[in-house]
Write a protein that binds this ligand. Structure first.
Ligand SMILES: [Zn+2]
Length: 73
């Protein structure tokens, strides 16, 4: 069971928002990075993106912003 089921866009209220899975590109300072096959919600109306806990974790794993805090084993 998914932790988050989103049916209404929190930004514009559209019900068109849906879960997608695709390579996701982010940017941190001057570095861009990619998270392959990331699942997140995207609203086709306003472009809002919503990430659940799992998606956030994957983004953080790939982000250069968090690369240095992975000191635990
Ligand atoms: Zn929206």
């Amino acid at each position: 069971m998914d932790a988050l089921e989103l049916t209404i866009c929190p930004s514009c209220g559209s019900t068109e928002i849906k879960k997608v899975r695709r390579d996701w590109s982010g940017r941190f300072q001057d570095q861009s990075y990619t998270v392959p096959s990331l699942e997140f919600y995207e609203c086709p109306v306003c472009g809002e993106r919503v990430y659940d806990r799992e998606a956030m974790r994957k983004i953080q794993e790939h982000s250069p912003a968090f690369a240095r805090v992975h000191t635990h084993s």
